[in-house]
Structure formats: C-alpha cells, structure tokens
Design a protein around this ligand. Structure first.
Ligand code: LLP
Length: 487
C-alpha cells in the first residue's frame, strides 16, 4: 500500500480544521515519516498510531508534523510553508527551480552550539562550503560566528558578507601560494595545515610577505565516522590530514620553520555523522597528541574539532549539537583540557534543514516498470542524490486528497543518473510544485551549469518577509566568457 493512503482512522483534530502543523503531539509521527522515507519500507517497523490519526489529507497530519525542517517547515492546512510563507506561492512568483532558506531556522540551529559553549573560550566557524550565499554568511557573521573556508573564493565571500577575517580558519588539502598570500594579507586567524609540504610552502610565503602564519595541523585520527565513503575523511585511506603517527614529528618540524607559529590542533572526521562515539574516539586521539606535543615544548592554544554533525533527512536521529558538545566537554574536562579554546566547523547541521528546493512538475510519464514524475530541477541543481545516492525527502507543496502512486522524481538532464528521488509515494499532477527537503546544505553550492542550465534563484525568508538573495542565472551569462574563433 502506498504511503499516504489512509491506513488508520481519521484524526478528529485534522489539519484542515486546526490549520496547525502541530495540532497534537503524535508520538508515531517520526516512525511514520521514517516509513515514508524508506525505499523499501518495512511494514512491521511502523507502529499503529495511538491517536488513530489520519487526517483527511491522507496521512498528512503525521507526515506534516515531522518534516525535516519542522517547526519552521510545516503544512498549514493544505499549504506547505517555510516560516509564514507559502512555498507554492513563492515558486509561482519567482519561478523554479528555486532554493528557499529560513533565517529563523538557521539561527535556531546555531543556538544549541552557542548554548553548549557558553562560558568557555570558543569559536563556531560556519563551514562556508555547505551554503555560501552571501546572505547566509551575513546571518552567521551577525550572530558572531567565524568561518571555515577552503578557497580564496570562499574567503572573498566571507569578507563581502561582513565576516571578520580574524575569525576565519583556512582548511583544505590543496591551498595554492596565491591563496595562502591572500589569506595572510586578509589576516585569517589560522591555517589548518594538512601536510608537511604545505607547511613548508606556507612558511615560505609568509616569510616572503613579512608575516608569521598561525597554523594548526589537521591530524587524521584514523577513526571510522560510519558515514558515506565519499564524505568520510578521518580514515587512513583518506587524503586528508597528517597521519596520527606522523603528527608529533610534523609539529616539531613546524616549530622550527621561520614563517610558522603553531597555535592549535585540528581534526575533522567526516560529514553526516549521526553518532557521538566517533567524535569521542577522535577526541581521545587528539588529546593524546596534544599532551605529547606540549611535552615536546610546543604549546597548543586551541582545539578545532571540525564539523560533521548529521541531520535528519529521513529517519536518522543524530545527537543535538548541545548533546554532542556536552559529551565532548565532559571528556575534555575529565582529561584536564578544559582551559583550551574550542573551535567547531559545522556546516550541514546549521543550514541543511533550513532550506528546501522547489521544483515544478513538468510531465507525468507512467510506465510499465516505473512511473516518472519529470520535474524542472535536475542533477545540476541538486547533485546529492545523483552523486551519493543520497535520500532527500520530497513532498508536494499542496496536499491533494486521494491516493498516492509511486514515482521516480527525475530531472530534465540527459543522464540516467539524473534523479532526485526514487520510488516516492506522491499524489501529484503536472503543474504542482514539489519541495525537496533538507536542501539548505550542499545544494546550491554543488550546483553546476551542465546542459547549459542556469543555476536556480535563492530566497531567504523570515516570518512573512521574503528577500531574493540570488537572482536566477540568465542563459546569456552562461557563455559570456566564451569566444568564437576568428574564422
Ligand atoms: N570542516 C571541514 C574541514 C570539512 O571538510 C567539512 C565538510 C566541514 C567542516 C563541514 O562539515 P559538515 O558539518 O557540513 O558535515 N557534499 C557532501 C558533504 C561534503 C562535506 C565536506 N566537508 C554532501 O552533500 O553530503
């Protein structure tokens, strides 16, 4: 039976009557959402709803309450809203594909990081790669954040958005000389260095420009973050960081270089991590190193524990940021390191569920083996499903009465890998606007112009206010840097 078809009873407090997405606390909702999310649902895993609730919008009361991104993203009646703004209206007014972010939701995601670190020297450096829109950076800059960057382009964005260079950490395995120079001139807080070769180059560039570069070494603790192989970074086989066994000798080398001042240690083990234990394992390894490095006479001022905290796309239950940090602080204190400044580099957990991507249904193409729901957004607009087979929720921005059918939601790009969701139970018609959920992180930043498709527009909402924070890319702009041959 397709998800969305009535399975229980009709909720006496259905959403249409109350207009509220949180009309009661249905404890089954998360499970029901999880069921909706699985490609091959396990029927047995779905408990009966104690409220025997099903709204007349075909199970939507359960689904509605627990969308990733709630409470900022929720149905009000039949209409999906981000904050107080109807997403379907936004798509009609601004066109699609369209990214929409909620400022409130981003700030709410930042709050537990700040709360957990109150009273401690700390800096939350938002990882720009997750979503580098200037307005997004501006929100975090105003909230006091620093930034984790990986290129001169990201540094330029941070500066353009009003970020303080003195709160920027520069990560990445392949920094060029010109990037290093630009970062030194801008006055970044620290380089997170990933190899001895890089250390030597940073020292040389710094000496050339008459500066001393502040560095921490990114150490690779060789722990399994239990995440997708493409986004796991803390294992020996990854290109990232200085191997644990080599870390002490590399620090000793750093201490001898004329253009280098060691200020900290850094570690980032991967992304979309949904457990506390890999962080604790990595922390133990980092603390072992800190003790050894300081014994060798090299003071370590700050510990940067990276980013990587996961979000709920479907049924994941990652720890909250304050629970994670609480567990880390307990270990840090127990081992006597509570005085050190702490740096974190969260990306996805600050913006992922603060955004959606809207796309219009162009055609329905039912088939013998598969039904295709062809939408106007493709893998160039949102690459995660094609690249990682990532699951991202997809819902109609306007619920429809009646049964659902199963659809592969696919884009217009000429690749079989161009899909946004497979086997999705949707009640959908051509012209409907679908929302791809959890698209605030690694959505727009990974978009491309493949098939000469202009990139989407981006909006920011707050309450009932709406701002265009990036115009839709015009086709003429896509080849304006290209030249015809003279003959
Ligand atoms: N710090 C460093 C050094 C990183 O490499 C990353 C992410 C972060 C912080 C932020 O991690 P987060 O908190 O966002 O997990 N494109 C992939 C994710 C790649 C993550 C790369 N590094 C995806 O769409 O899942």
């Amino acid at each position: 039976m397709p998800v969305g078809a009535p399975r229980e009873a009709v909720c006496d407090k259905n959403t249409e009557q109350t207009g509220s997405p949180a009309h009661h606390n249905c404890p089954v909702s998360r499970a029901t959402w999880a069921f909706a999310g699985r490609l091959r649902p396990k029927r047995a895993a779905v408990p009966a709803c104690p409220y025997r609730c099903i709204c007349i919008h075909t199970l939507s009361c359960c689904i509605q309450m627990t969308l990733p991104g709630s409470p900022f993203l929720a149905y009000q009646g039949a209409d999906l809203k981000l904050d107080d703004v109807s997403l379907r209206d936004l798509a009609h007014e601004h066109g699609s594909p369209l990214y929409v972010y909620s400022r409130r939701s981003m700030l709410a995601a930042l709050a537990p990081y700040q709360r957990a670190l109150v009273g401690r020297p700390h800096l939350v450096c938002y990882a720009v790669k997750a979503n580098s829109n200037l307005a997004v950076l501006q929100v975090f800059a105003k909230a006091g954040c620093g930034f984790d960057i990986v290129s001169e382009g990201e540094l330029a964005r941070v500066l353009a958005a009003g970020g303080e260079p003195g709160k920027v950490v520069f990560s990445g395995v392949g920094k060029t000389r010109s990037e290093i120079k630009m970062a030194l001139e801008a006055g970044v807080r620290c380089f997170n260095v990933e190899s001895t070769a890089e250390l030597e180059v940073i020292s040389a560039v710094a000496t050339q420009v008459g500066q001393t570069a502040k560095v921490s070494l990114r150490v690779n603790p060789d722990v399994d973050a239990g995440t997708h192989p493409y986004i796991s970074t803390g294992l020996k086989g990854n290109k990232f960081g200085v191997a644990h066994e080599l870390a002490l000798s590399t620090y000793k080398r750093a201490a001898t270089l004329p253009g280098i001042k060691v200020v900290g240690i850094d570690c980032h083990i991967g992304s979309q991590i949904t457990e506390v234990s890999p962080y604790l394992d990595a922390l133990d390894r980092v603390l072992d190193l800190v003790e050894a490095i300081e014994l060798a006479g090299i003071p370590i001022h700050h510990m940067d524990l990276g980013g990587g905290l996961g979000i709920t796309y479907t049924d994941e239950t990652p720890p909250t940021a304050d629970a994670l940090i609480g567990a880390l602080l307990a270990k840090i204190d127990a081992r006597g390191h509570g005085h050190r400044e702490l740096v974190f580099e969260p990306g996805r957990s600050l913006v992922g569920n603060a955004g959606v991507m809207l796309t219009e249904v162009l055609f329905l193409k039912p088939g013998e083996q598969k039904n295709f729901c062809i939408v106007d957004a493709g893998m160039n607009d949102l690459m995660r499903p094609a690249l990682y087979e990532a699951y991202m929720g997809i819902v109609n921005t306007q619920t429809r009465a009646g049964d659902t059918s199963q659809w592969d939601v696919v884009g217009p790009v000429c690749e079989s890998g161009d899909w946004l969701g497979r086997d999705r139970d949707l009640n959908v018609q051509a012209g409907d606007v679908l929302a791809v959920l959890s698209a605030g992180a690694y959505g727009m930043t990974m978009a491309s112009n493949y098939n000469t498709r202009g990139r989407a527009a981006e909006l920011m909402v707050d309450g009932d206010q709406v701002w265009v924070v990036r115009e839709r890319e015009a086709v003429a702009d896509l080849f304006k840097l290209e030249k015809l041959l003279p003959n």
